[in-house]
Design a protein around this ligand. Structure first.
Ligand code: FES
Ligand code: FES
Length: 891
């Protein structure tokens, strides 16, 4: 194609280039596909995410919106041009030092937008930074460290607190951070063999339908570059995958029936231009739409059509925890609060869409992919291909955000099956709408709760039921249904409990894992209960929580005695002065009157670290080479949360060397052992322990070798002359029929304050500040922990105020709103370190705990400001305004 086009001449980072592509080619595509400058990322191709931001003649632009013809004779600057002669720019250095890049997929765009700002205004204030970076979305960081980094360079903000090196507790920069800052990190869509074919899935436009595929010969005749159209019959093994051995219910390619909009039906494979040219309507598929089941009420309705033949009532799974006699206790309670709550589908909105490629190597298949779980992918790919797991090699790319959404298969089986049949590499990158339509979501929940307390303000009983819309396929529905009842009381001592849950199938997107596995939804209910009981009893909401907080020696609803780390009371105590101060300030402001009302809310959370009552081991290796180089072989995927750095610090501490001595080999299933998935906030606690044990094993081996000359020792594995191995599986027990047992070895605890301003005429809510106190056991790296807190709070803010995925209506980042840099307020983070004896150097986990209290704290603040309880999230302006009108607070 390029031969027929006149070349467009321009400069990139000062270098003259010529590109002969059609004039309407997106500049982003020209940079990436033609010039190999994949530092410029594509998150949406629609001008919504800013990941593709470059400078054009100095001014920031979205390269996905600029036609190639418009750059003739002009100068383009990309992230690859920021570092000079191998030295990072001051801006890149500041991002590194402040921990401003987590997954790093947004980082090139952020850097270029900031570079533009600093060129125009060398000493910007915070508002100017917010304005200049406002077009670039970040889903990981909560933006605050990005703002700090830019202000640091400008000299208008503080320098980073950073340790140059160290072990546990050191504020070192990411050990793998530089590649993210210079555009050298390869994500799923950034690298592929030259001869790779391109695959695109044809997906259902209907939520429920039967279909027939017509004669494909005319399609092949019309598009000679179409090499193959794969259908269900091309799946070599069982055409069904799923996380649980008993829940393999999702076809790679649908067989005659689709159960949700976005389900894959066929896979078109060919050269890139051909695949781009084929429109969906060119493919002969005859659809017969069926009535779609939307919402759990429809799924549970008597006579509702079964989504899966083996489930008579569309209930995938039920969860239960029962202890004592809650009804009797409620009957005798001095105060009882009750309520119904509902939450929406929430989209992960990682800025990197699903992407990867595969090639056949003899009788093995090799899959390079963005994933949170290489070993689970390996086993699932092997299953659908009818291969042994050893015949599958998964090589994870860098991951541009996951949050649970990249725990399920996406492109993996498609490219693997295509490459297997064709004997050629095949690559696939989802478009943003495709990613949003086809990927898993946070479960919408319908919750009923009743809690009671005695006259002293002590909780006596909790009754909770949650129905979770698990969509068309099982995915992680069982995990949500089992985790929620355990956490339904909130982090409080409640002697009498009945907590139940159901995961219900509908013709909606499969709901899966999303940062918290249903606990954030449950927290909205239990925290509202706390506020209402405190209100009825005339007790301060923070003090009410403190009085009832789980602590060392407490017994949970599953009958587990908390033997050690349980720092919730400490979290509330450190928040107490800020709570009083902010509440008083809000009440003083409200005495002035006006349409803007201030409010301050508090919310708490607990979260079991690791899988619920299931074995979830991690295995690690640490080796030493003849030259003394130490390598950590880690299968624990760093999806931006910083686990590579955390693991290196733990290994360093256990070996007594600085973290800079530790090299990393990550993820590749041929080179690392199974560390389990990156989810359930488990990697620091579980894999961190495995790393510690591996490093201690290596240290013991070296001690036995005494003064032996390493250079003379034989290799034992992968270039190492000694290899330490560690394995850790958290001690838990199965839950019995009443949900009694030890579901988790340890728990994270936290409390957060939200300070908000509500415009009672418009219904808009602006979060002014979050104060977060988190008991993390031990902060292995406080910078990374703070980053997780910030990012979790931003996602919690989205859950509370703006995020609502509507299939077919919000399948892009224009209509689906996530918090922008202007939405996330200043965050005060206080780390409480109630050391966990089972944890590596006392550490627990932080990934999910960070998000869980934010939404209920914001909802509590809205109530404080207006007197209105919002029980259905997101609390969009229309809902808030309607609630205010119904409450009669304002005309
Ligand atoms: S890829 Fe260009 S704005 Fe999202
Ligand atoms: S670091 Fe910004 S999207 Fe991941």
């Amino acid at each position: 194609m390029s031969d027929a086009c006149s070349p467009v001449r321009f400069t990139v980072n000062g270098r003259a280039v010529e590109v002969a592509l059609p004039p309407a080619t997106r500049l982003a595509d020209a940079l990436r596909e033609e010039l190999g400058l994949t530092g410029t990322k594509i998150g949406c191709n629609a001008g919504d995410c800013g990941a593709c931001t470059v400078r054009l003649d100095g001014a920031q632009v979205c390269a996905c919106l600029v036609p190639l013809a418009q750059v003739e004779g002009r100068g383009v600057a990309t992230v690859e041009g920021l570092a000079r002669e191998g030295r990072l720019s001051r801006l890149q250095e500041a991002f590194h030092a402040h921990g401003a890049a987590q997954c790093g997929i947004c980082t090139p765009g952020m850097l270029m937008a900031a570079d533009d700002l600093l060129a125009r205004d060398p000493r910007p204030g915070e508002q100017a930074v917010l304005d200049a970076l406002g077009g670039v979305l970040c889903r990981c960081t909560g933006y605050r460290k990005i703002v700090e980094a830019v202000l640091d360079v400008a000299g208008t903000g503080p320098a980073a607190q950073r340790d140059a090196d160290g072990g546990v507790g050191a504020r070192i920069a990411k050990v793998d951070g530089i590649a993210k800052l210079v555009g050298a990190e390869d994500y799923g869509a950034d690298d592929w063999p030259d001869d790779a074919l391109v695959l695109r899935a044809l997906r259902s436009p209907h939520a429920a339908a039967r279909f027939e595929v017509g004669d494909l010969a005319p399609l092949h005749a019309r598009f000679p570059g179409l090499v193959r159209v794969l259908s269900a019959k091309d799946v070599p093994g069982p055409n069904a995958f799923g996380i649980y051995p008993v829940g393999k219910d999702q076809p790679v390619l649908a067989e005659g029936e689709v159960r949700y909009r976005g389900e894959a039906v066929l896979a078109l494979v060919g050269d890139a231009a051909t695949i781009a040219a084929i429109r969906d309507e060119d493919v002969p598929v005859a659809w017969t739409p069926l009535p779609a089941i939307a919402g759990v009420a429809a799924g549970l309705a008597p006579g509702a059509r079964r989504l899966h033949a083996h489930l008579a009532d569309n209930v995938l799974v039920r969860g239960r925890v029962r202890r004592g006699d809650p009804e009797a206790a409620l009957a005798g309670a001095a105060a009882v609060a009750s309520g119904r709550f509902s939450t929406s589908f929430v989209e992960h909105a990682y800025i990197e869409p699903e992407a990867g490629w595969a090639r056949r190597v003899g009788d093995r298949i090799e899959v390079h992919v963005t994933t949170q779980t290489p070993y689970m992918d390996r086993d699932e790919i092997a299953h659908v291909m009818g291969l042994k797991p050893e015949q599958v090699r998964v090589v994870p790319t860098a991951v541009g955000g996951g949050f649970g959404g990249k725990l399920d298969l996406s492109v993996q089986p498609l490219v693997a099956i295509a490459a297997w049949h064709l004997g050629r590499p095949v690559r696939c990158t989802y478009t943003r709408p495709e990613s949003m339509a086809s990927s898993t979501k946070r479960h919408p929940a319908e919750i009923e709760a009743r809690f009671g307390a005695d006259g002293d303000g002590r909780l006596v009983a909790a009754v909770f039921h949650g129905d979770f819309n698990t969509g068309a396929y099982a995915s992680w529905g069982p995990t949500v249904a089992n985790r929620v009842p355990v956490h339904a009381t909130g982090p409080y001592e409640v002697p009498h409990v009945r907590a139940t849950s159901r995961a219900v199938h509908t013709n909606e997107p499969p709901s899966g894992a999303f940062r918290g596995f249903g606990v954030p939804q449950a927290a909205i209910a239990h925290e509202t209960m706390m506020d209402e009981l405190a209100g009825q009893l005339g007790i301060d909401p923070l003090e009410f929580r403190h009085r009832n907080a789980l602590r060392r020696g407490s017994v949970t609803a599953t009958g587990q005695r908390l033997e050690a780390s349980a720092g919730l009371q400490a979290c509330l105590e450190v928040l107490r002065p800020r709570w009083r101060e902010l509440r008083a300030a809000a009440e003083a402001a409200n005495r002035e009157g006006g349409v803007l009302r201030r409010g301050v809310g508090v919310a708490c959370m607990w979260y079991g670290i690791g899988n619920t009552s299931m074995s979830n081991p991690s295995e690690m290796e640490v080796g030493i080479a003849r030259d003394g180089a130490i390598t950590l072989f880690t299968g624990a995927l760093d999806i931006g949360q910083g686990s590579n750095t955390i693991m290196a610090q733990i290994a360093a501490e256990a070996l007594g060397v600085p973290a800079s001595r530790i090299r990393l080999v990550t993820g590749d299933t041929d080179l690392t052992r199974d560390a389990g998935k990156t989810s359930a906030s488990r990697q620091t606690f579980v894999s961190g322990n495995a790393v510690r044990l591996a490093a201690e094993d290596l240290r013991a081996q070296l001690a036995r070798l005494g003064n032996a000359d390493l250079s003379l020792l034989p290799e034992v594995a992968r270039g190492c002359v000694a290899m330490g191995r560690g394995r850790f599986d958290p001690p838990t027990t199965a839950l019995d029929a009443e949900g009694q047992g030890v579901p988790y070895a340890t728990y994270g605890f936290a409390a957060q304050l939200a300070d908000v301003e509500v415009d009672v005429e418009l219904g808009t809510v602006k979060v002014l500040r979050i104060v977060a106190a988190h008991d993390v056991g031990r902060a292995i790296n406080p910078v990374q922990v703070e980053g997780q807190v910030h990012g979790g709070i931003a996602q919690g803010l989205g859950l509370a105020l703006m995020e609502e995925y509507l299939p077919g209506r919000t399948e892009n980042l224009h209509d689906y709103l996530i918090p922008t840099i202007g939405d996330v307020p200043p965050i005060e983070t206080i780390l409480v370190e109630d050391a966990e004896p089972l944890g590596p150097f006392g550490a627990k986990g932080i990934g999910e705990p960070a998000l869980i209290p934010t939404a209920p704290a914001i909802l509590g603040a809205i109530h404080h400001a207006t007197g209105v309880r919002i029980r259905s999230v997101p609390a969009t302006p229309d809902r808030v305004r309607a609630a205010i009108l119904a409450h009669g607070a304002r005309p």
